[in-house]
Write a protein that binds this ligand. Structure first.
Ligand code: COA
Ligand code: AMP
Length: 632
């Protein structure tokens, strides 16, 4: 029997009491004076008056409690052929050293530090070093291009940047330092210090004065004690930029106290992981899944986390994940459905699965995009463990809806991430803000206040926070996901209500890609939509109308456009399809009919929009897509 109903009801009866109890799992320097203050911040703040330190709770307290020799971080890197284990004591020493280097370079509490690093333990060290001294980190995913990094530098205004000489993709070495140097030359704000972790695969050149070799700088301060700086629970722990509806990303702020309380609670209730067990989130530290479940949550409870520098397939084969589970006795694996689709494609019969001892694996967790029932069923059948789809966003930092393994599993409904977690009062509303009946599609919203761990605001942008998330449905947070709640309270997340698409579990803005296409001198007008992709879930597809008088071959311009998006946004955008058309379908008021274009591109039936200006254009779009993709 699941205790979910009872626990959810207990939260609903007394939210402050519920979260105060959860807060007891944290070591506070000063206990909060109130669990929640409805009058603070934009919609209230959690744990006001509380003072704590995240790095202390992730590392020092476990060393003090006797876990010093336990593995804190396992690094497994098939792309470099290396493996490394760092104990809690070793991690603490490294974090203190980086903290000392930052302090010596004038970084203090409240200063921002950008971390631009591949999947190596040094990335975690950098994040925790910031936490130790109360600095606010902002990790930027390595697959983003210089311009995206520059936008984040200008918004966060970091005093220092911590990076590495290179990242390694299976097919190439990515020199990070030139990308970083270009970003700094593009940005108006300039960091005072750049710390570079030199990897043996590639040595970066350093700018005398501004740049420091991280290992040498750490060696110079080795052994120096750097105490954990007391931080207010309501102070920002980090900023994580995520795609908004324009090219200007949103700086999601995570506060300190709520973050660690919510994550520590989730490790037991949602993931059923105990101290000393090995938990692997196969994501990247550049994404929210990486922040919450590679770095903070496992360490908060004294578990062992895994940093994997590789892919689910091709490094070297579709058995990579199973080798990891066997080798490190992993208790739970968390990844995106796209990784499973990739494995299933290479190994449809699950032959690799049979080659490894997976007896340690209790649960598979999926998130980041809709988990299609076929993939879930395949994983259940082949792994013979519960497969838990759970739904959340960068903004929330932890699951809005899940099947809480630690409270006892609820019956599974394929296609549903199950039920709202305590803290989240989820409703489904129509566009006018009225509740829709059970089973009917609508806007999924969360009644305010959001629980601990969710964003209190956007970085230096309270108004944007209000207008993006709170204005449309007063009293609620708009998730911008559309979906259904059935009679049993199960949620089904169907699509975004904005122009965000999800490519291989990576969240991208089509508006941002349109800005890039529109900057090409030959482009008059454009529209980017997400079309169905069997592996990545969605893939971007750009339609462009060229300026009158452009006579160059379309194919040449389309290739330039693909290159431009890769160059400006980054390879992670996976923008590979640009299609030239004579006109874009629009309503009579001039709004581009993106939804209809997507239905055409995906070969779906659609109803002719009543307000369409010229229906004949749809046939032109169908023909253009067909000619290019063989679909539609
Ligand atoms: N630094 C630089 N480039 C990167 C990068 C990084 N950290 N991560 C990805 N890229 C590049 C890739 O090399 C690729 O470039 P290419 O166009 O030259 O091939 C491009 O960005 C797209 O990468 P990716 O989305 O990883 O696609 P892929 O085709 O290489 O692999 C999957 C497909 C399904 C195997 C892969 O997407 C995957 O493992 N997904 C797991 C999902 C995940 O981690 N989601 C995060 C949220 S939980
Ligand atoms: P991100 O902020 O990158 O984590 O992306 C969040 C978005 O991904 C959500 O708003 C959803 O659109 C989608 N998403 C994440 N998890 C799920 C899930 N389990 N099911 C369906 N969609 C999901």
């Amino acid at each position: 029997m699941s205790r979910y109903g009872e626990v959810y009801a207990a939260w609903k009866r007394d939210p402050a009491g519920f979260w105060s109890e959860a807060a007891a799992a944290i070591e506070w320097i000063e206990t909060p004076t109130a669990a929640f203050d409805p009058n603070a911040g934009v919609y209230g703040r959690w744990f006001v008056g509380g003072v704590c330190n995240t790095a202390w709770n992730c590392l020092d307290r476990h060393v003090a409690a006797g876990r010093g020799d336990q593995a804190a971080v396992i690094h497994d890197s098939p792309v470099t052929g290396t493996k490394r284990v760092l104990t809690y004591s070793e991690m603490t020493a490294k974090v203190e050293a980086v903290a000392a280097v930052l302090v010596d370079r004038g970084v203090t509490a409240g200063d921002r530090v950008i971390v631009y690093m591949p999947m190596i333990p040094e990335a975690l060290v950098a994040m925790l070093a910031c936490a130790r001294i109360g600095a606010i980190h902002s990790v930027v995913f390595g697959g983003f291009a210089s311009r995206e990094l520059a936008t984040r530098i200008d918004d966060a205004k970091p005093k220092a940047i911590i990076s590495a000489s290179c990242g390694i993709e299976p097919n190439r070495i990515i020199a990070y330092k030139p990308l970083l140097d270009e970003a700094i030359s593009l940005s108006t704000h300039k960091p005072e210090t750049v710390l570079v972790h030199q990897r043996e695969q590639l040595t970066a050149s350093l700018d005398a004065g501004r740049d420091l070799d991280l290992a040498a700088a750490m060696a110079a301060v080795a052994g120096r004690r750097v105490p954990c700086v007391p931080v207010k629970a309501t102070d920002p722990a980090y900023i994580l930029y995520t795609s908004g509806t324009t090219g200007q990303p949103k700086g999601v702020v995570r506060d300190t106290g709520g973050h660690i309380v919510a994550l520590a609670w989730s490790m037991g209730a949602v993931y059923d992981i105990k101290p000393g067990e090995v938990f692997w989130a196969a994501s990247d530290v550049g994404w929210v899944v990486g922040h919450s479940y590679i770095v903070y949550a496992p360490l908060l409870i004294g578990a062992t986390t895994v940093v994997y520098e590789g892919k689910p397939v091709g490094t070297p084969d579709a058995g990579a994940f199973w080798r990891m589970v066997e080798e490190y006795r992993i208790s739970a694996l968390f990844t995106a459905p796209t990784a499973f689709r990739a494995i299933k494609k290479e190994d449809p019969t699950g032959a690799f699965i049979g080659k490894y001892d997976l007896s340690s694996l209790r649960t598979l967790f999926l998130a980041g995009e809709r988990a299609d029932p076929d993939t879930v069923k395949w994983a259940e059948e082949k792994l013979n463990v519960p497969v838990v789809d759970h739904w959340w966003q960068t903004e929330t930092g932890w699951a809005i809806a899940a099947n809480p393994v630690g409270l006892g599993l609820l019956p599974v409904k394929h296609g549903s991430p199950t039920v709202p977690m305590p803290g989240y009062d989820v409703e489904v509303l129509d566009d006018a803000g009225h509740p829709v009946e059970a089973g009917k599609l609508g806007n999924i919203v969360i009644k305010l206040p959001l629980p601990p761990g969710c964003l209190p605001t956007l970085w230096n942008a309270d108004e944007r926070f209000r207008s993006s998330y709170l204005a449309e449905f007063p009293g609620y947070y708009k998730t911008a996901d559309a979906g259904i709640m059935d009679e049993d309270g199960y949620l089904f997340i169907m699509s975004r209500t904005d122009d965000i698409i999800n490519v291989a579990g990576h969240r991208l803005s089509t508006g941002g890609m349109e800005e890039v296409l529109a900057s090409h001198p030959d482009v008059a007008e454009c529209a980017v939509i997400g079309i169905a992709d069997a592996l990545k879930g969605q893939a971007p597809c750009g339609f462009v109308v060229l300026k009158a008088g452009v006579t160059r071959p379309h194919a040449e311009i389309e290739t330039e456009l693909v290159g431009l998006v890769r160059d400006r946004i980054g390879p992670v955008a996976a923008f590979k399809l640009a299609i030239t058309v004579d006109r874009l379908p629009k309503t009579r008021s001039g709004k581009i009919l993106r939804g209809t274009m997507r239905q055409i591109a995906d070969g779906e039936d659609f109803r002719m929009p009543a307000t369409i200006d010229d229906p004949a254009i749809l046939d032109e779009i169908r023909a253009a897509v067909g000619a290019k993709t063989g679909k539609a």
